[in-house]
Design a protein around this ligand. Structure first.
Ligand SMILES: [Zn+2]
Ligand SMILES: [Zn+2]
Length: 368
């Protein structure tokens, strides 16, 4: 079984979005569960090609896949399909073209819509984003009602077939020459009705509850990115697949380091003697500080690169670099001794300097 998504769909790696869609439709026709009732192998195949299509049809996921393989999209927080229901609710429009409304050809099935997606915001420190972390978020979700088990019906009462639409969920009106089919006003398209609604959930079958959910944040995420956690959104009121949870990431800035992708940057001030003679200084790194050697003759704007001292790439293969740029400090205040030494240095370098102790330096001294 090929695991290469392009191979699965039988297209080349440079295939256009249209070619990919066409290839998927053809294969989906062949392996669609309605055409292969009870055939587990076909169902597996159907899931595989749907997963491949899900990735390749999305430019962002396709880019991640091309760079990092199948791991890429999932590391970035995209999850594949866990069941066939999920596939139908995602690609309903594509199946609609092939199989008619909703993509369900079989008997006795009604279209079950996926639960709503939910969104939460998550604030991360600079280090948490760089190194990855596990964080708890609170998500207010609807759950199947504990009292009625999600049926919406009171104890002893059952769901009965809707008399208005005969259980089809749709009613047909004639309007002039046209027959127009609309959702049944009595059962809202569900095909069934509750005789006595559950007192706890008022017949909705759902209860809202705040859940604590632990989100695993991969190392290397950036401010503004969104993680998608499949199946952690709202559960579907009609028994379909649960929605997704979108976690919007906000990353706090660091006052020592700037970040660009996986690379870190910082400006470090060194004294004129250190720049000229060289020395050892301490610089900020992702975790704390690190001693580095400054070469003699370092110029303002010179950089050194600490290989692999940056942030991990999202695919987990290696890290970016840290770039340190030197600024050379020119002292604003000089002790008498320091000034003498600098004058000596200037003379040694053959430079002309103005007469010792001008008005300005007297003013400086009187301020101390
Ligand atoms: Zn209930
Ligand atoms: Zn009805």
């Amino acid at each position: 079984m090929p695991t290469d998504y392009y191979e699965l769909l039988g297209v080349s790696a440079s295939a256009s979005a249209d070619e990919i869609k066409k290839a998927y439709r053809q294969l989906a026709l062949k392996y669609h569960p309605d055409r292969n009732p009870g055939n587990k192998e076909a169902e597996e195949r159907f899931k595989e090609i749907s997963n491949a299509f899900q990735v390749l049809a999305d430019p962002e996921k396709r880019k991640l896949y091309d760079r990092f393989g199948a791991e890429g999209p999932s590391r970035a927080g995209f999850s594949g399909f866990s069941n066939v229901q999920d596939i139908f609710s995602s690609f309903g429009d594509i199946f609609g073209d092939i199989f008619g409304f909703g993509g369900f050809g079989g008997f006795g099935r009604t279209r079950r819509s996926r639960g709503s997606d939910l969104e939460v915001d998550l604030v991360l420190t600079f280090l948490e984003a760089a190194e990855g972390c596990r964080k708890e978020v609170n998500v207010a979700r609807h759950h199947p009602c504990a009292t009625c088990g999600g049926s919406g019906a009171a104890a002893g009462s059952a769901r009965t077939r809707c008399a208005t639409c005969g259980g089809r969920g749709q009613v047909v009106h004639s309007q002039g020459f046209f027959m127009i089919s609309t959702a049944c006003p009595e059962c809202h398209g569900e095909g069934t009705r509750i005789e006595t609604p559950c007192g706890e959930c008022k017949g909705s079958g759902l209860q809202q509850k705040e859940d604590k959910l632990t989100v695993s944040v991969p190392a290397g995420v950036e401010d503004g990115q969104t993680l998608r956690i499949g199946g952690k959104g709202e559960s579907s009121p009609a028994g379909g697949a649960a929605g997704h949870l979108y976690v919007h990431l906000h990353v706090e800035a660091d006052d020592r380091l700037q970040r660009d992708g996986a690379d870190l940057f910082c400006d470090v001030r060194i004294s004129y003697p250190t720049a000229a003679i060289g020395g050892t200084i301490s610089v900020p790194v992702l975790k704390g500080e690190k001693e580095i050697t400054v070469k003699a003759g370092t110029q303002p704007g010179d950089v050194i690169v600490l290989k692999g001292a940056g942030v991990p790439y999202l695919d987990g293969r290696g890290r970016g670099d840290q770039v340190i740029r030197f600024q050379v400090d020119v002292p604003k205040k000089l002790s008498r001794r320091a000034e003498e030494l600098l004058r000596e240095l200037a003379a040694e370098l053959g430079e002309e300097v103005p007469e010792k102790r001008g008005l300005f330096s007297r003013f400086q001294r009187s301020k101390r």
